[in-house]
Design a protein around this ligand. Structure first.
Ligand code: EPZ
Length: 421
């Protein structure tokens, strides 16, 4: 397994180009199952999670062609049983259920396992499919959905941790070909849900209200092929904003959507950083030390859970006591033990991390555990004294396109050491 060595100290400066959004590309690629005609998707990031999704779609019968950031997919004929050995590797595979049910009126997908950020149920997805008229059966680790016909319904997608992003996506994709009108109440409002709805509407769907809590879908008879460019990855962008805050002089992110990042740029301004947004760029400049913050993760447009670990890395060396409460995935704190190995002073009280800023972190061997926790360890390594060795780098490669190369282009000193397979 590869590992990376982060040599702490160099200041970051310059421009970095942000990739297309992983969490937008994944459901959009799944949505191409809804038509027999070819679809062309641009700005698809080169990530292992994307590779998994394209493999699943090929196994389902799709013709898949990829040329750098553009993917062409044609689902002329499909099977409806997704392969367990790939699906189990990536929870987001669950978003093939909705389009398969919408197109073929049946689908079988292995139940997504839990992961280190917590239990990953899909009860809200399944409740939504049942409301549309599907029978749902869970057996031998698989979930099977079957519907002689799909009829529009009013469905509430909120659970005790807020709405569900992929659940909203799945119900939208099942409802676009249902008879009649579907109303999704308590819908997720994330920009990635809006991007999916935009793509579906280009395919001939009739969806209104994406980006609000109430989405209305008028079922249509069929969908046609479409071409689409994926929105920028707001979490990759947020990660680089924090990198710039941790050890930047002046860093400019290019090809971003500043409107998607207000819940990250606003706290950075409160922490004392100079942040300037233009149409598709954001510039961050240090302006003295990092002031402490109180943050709570919430569904969009609140502070994103996918930025919680990265903020812990920044606040570990802030001037005072910071508090971060995790409301979306209350167990999402695997990064704390590793940050403490680097000298951070953090105490976990339930789903709240109390961070007592220290002057300096120290490089150490640390273990990556999930995608965003791994990114947080890279960020901490940038400012630590000495070398931080991060093992199990495959976690990072799932969601960041060449993060080491991009950081090195800004002046960081990161080595990737090819490990034994
Ligand atoms: C999406 O996951 C993202 N993944 C996650 O990003 C992100 O953390 C999450 O949304 C929240 O923003 C993709 O888009 C591929 P949820 P998703 O369903 O849709 C509970 C990353 O790092 N819940 O919105 O799977 C659930 O347990 C990843 O890029 C139910 O209770 O998340 C959680 O507490 C990690 N029942 C909360 O809702 C359900 O049926 C939000 O989960 C579904 C979810």
């Amino acid at each position: 397994m590869d590992k990376i060595l982060v040599h702490g100290g160099p200041a970051l400066r310059g421009n970095v180009r942000i990739s297309g959004s992983k969490n937008s590309a994944l459901p959009i690629l799944a949505a191409t199952l809804l038509t027999k005609e070819p679809c062309i998707i641009h700005r698809v990031p080169d990530l292992s999670d994307i590779h998994y999704m394209l493999t699943i779609l090929s196994e389902l019968g799709c013709e898949v062609e990829r040329a750098s950031g553009t993917v062409q997919i044609k689902a002329e004929t499909v099977i409806t049983d997704a392969p367990y050995d790939i699906v189990r590797k990536m929870r987001a595979s669950v978003c093939v259920l909705g389009p398969l049910l919408g197109r073929e009126k049946e689908a079988t997908v292995s139940l997504p396992g839990g992961c280190v950020i917590g239990d990953r149920p899909i009860d809200l997805h399944l409740r939504g499919f049942e409301a549309l008229g599907a029978a749902v059966r869970v057996q031998a680790g698989n979930v099977k959905v079957l519907a002689p016909e799909l009829r529009g319904a009013t469905i509430n997608m909120r659970g005790k941790f807020g709405s569900t992003v992929l659940g909203t996506d799945n119900i939208m994709m099942a409802a676009v070909l249902a008879e009649g009108t579907t109303v999704i109440d308590g819908a997720a409002e994330e920009p990635e849900v809006v991007d999916l709805a935009d793509f579906l509407n280009k395919m001939g769907a009739k969806i209104e209200g994406a980006g609000t809590r109430r989405i209305i879908i008028e079922g249509v008879k069929e969908l046609h092929g479409a071409e689409h460019t994926v929105i920028p990855d707001r979490i990759e962008a947020g990660t680089f904003l924090v990198a710039a805050a941790i050890c930047g002089e002046e860093v400019t992110l290019q090809k971003v959507a500043p409107a998607h990042l207000v819940s990250v740029t606003e706290p950075l301004q409160r922490a004392g950083y100079f942040v300037e947004a233009n149409c598709d760029t954001i510039t961050v400049r240090r302006n003295g030390g990092c002031l402490p913050l109180e943050l709570e993760t919430q569904p969009y447009p609140g502070f994103p859970t996918d930025m919680q670990a990265q903020m812990c890395a920044l606040l570990a060396t802030s001037q005072g006591i910071s508090v971060i409460t995790e409301h979306v995935f209350p167990q999402r704190f695997m990064h704390l033990a590793e940050l403490k190995r680097m000298g951070a002073n953090i105490e976990l009280q339930g789903a709240t991390a109390v961070i007592n800023g220290v002057d300096q972190l120290s490089g150490a061997p640390v273990m990556a555990s999930d995608l965003r926790a791994s990114a947080a360890l890279v960020l901490a390594g940038l400012t630590a004294d000495g070398v931080t060795e991060i093992n199990r780098v495959y976690h990072i490669d799932r969601g960041y396109e060449s993060i080491d190369d991009k950081l090195n282009q800004l002046g960081a000193k990161i080595e990737r050491v090819k490990g034994s397979k």
